[in-house]
Design a protein around this ligand. Structure first.
Ligand code: NDP
Length: 245
């Protein structure tokens, strides 16, 4: 089953979960635009890998700290490919600081990338998103689970995208556009390496007693993006190895 003429924009597609999502969607013959901020070489490598496998992809530099640049990048994709059928809001930053050490600047930095940029991308993409469109945001189990101190602001950013998802599902339902969030547990990436300080504890918190791999998130994105998921909207889907049982 392939989606021959579909176009996807994956934010933060240069590394980790976003890179896996870009490659997974391209496997379905979906044309993929991916954004990056700092990792140009890795973004180009993802594009090369997709093209080598017979797919179509482009990389666009767009710092999610700038909502204006995010909006521009959405416009560039629409200009180049005519539309965006699937928007995957994946770019995100993580940081841990308890309130005793947190500053307003820390708060703004997290919310700008994890929430404001998502709002910017969605508000621009829906102007031309066709019926059958898909908006998928990578949230986190930390939207409402706080296993360690210092996670309040990150968790708040992920709770915000869960709330936006539910609200937007109502806003866009009559246009036949579905809006969902995937809430991963610990996934082995640069952001949260399985062999990092928190690795053993995070693994032990899951029922499966292990980290997830980026492709285990990408497969769920692909499903939500597909025709088979046409009646799922407003959902927050945990993909967390049973962390929250
Ligand atoms: P990584 O740190 O491995 O990768 C982050 C990606 O986001 C990179 O492609 C990076 O691009 C991009 N990015 C970061 N900042 C910006 C920015 N300012 N502008 C544009 N792109 C940016 O993270 P993961 O792959 O682990 O995380 C992806 C998403 O999944 C995030 O939203 C994260 O919160 C979420 N998540 C991750 C979990 C995990 O355990 N790994 C668990 C739950 C949720 P570049 O390098 O080019 O700057």
């Amino acid at each position: 089953m392939t989606d021959q003429n579909k176009v996807a924009l994956v934010t933060g597609g240069s590394r980790g979960i976003g890179a896996a999502i870009a490659k997974r969607l391209a496997k379905e013959n979906i044309t993929v635009a991916l954004t990056y901020n700092r990792s140009q070489d890795q973004a180009e490598q993802v594009v090369n890998d997709i093209q080598a496998a017979g797919g179509q992809a482009v990389a666009i530099q767009a710092d999610a700290n700038s909502a204006e640049r995010v909006i521009e990048s959405v416009g560039e994709v629409v200009n180049q490919f005519g539309k965006i059928d699937i928007l995957v809001n994946n770019a995100g930053v993580f940081g841990m600081k308890p309130i005793q050490q947190s500053t307003l600047a820390d708060y703004d930095a997290m919310m700008n990338v994890n929430v404001r940029a998502v709002f910017a991308a969605v508000s621009e993409a829906v102007k031309s998103m066709p019926t059958g469109g898909r908006i998928i945001t990578i949230g986190s189990v930390n939207a409402d689970t706080f296993p360690f101190p210092g996670m309040a602001v990150y968790g708040t950013s992920k709770a915000a995208v869960q709330a936006l998802t539910k609200g937007w599902a109502r806003d866009l339902g009559e246009q036949g556009i579905t809006v969902n969030t995937i809430q991963p547990g610990p996934i082995d990436t640069d952001m949260n390496p399985a062999d990092g300080d928190f690795g053993p504890t995070m693994s032990s918190l899951t029922a499966l007693k292990r980290y997830g791999q980026a492709n285990e998130i990408a497969d769920v994105v692909q499903f939500l993006a597909s025709e088979q998921a046409s009646y799922i909207t407003g959902a927050a889907i945990d993909v967390d190895g049973g962390m929250r049982i």
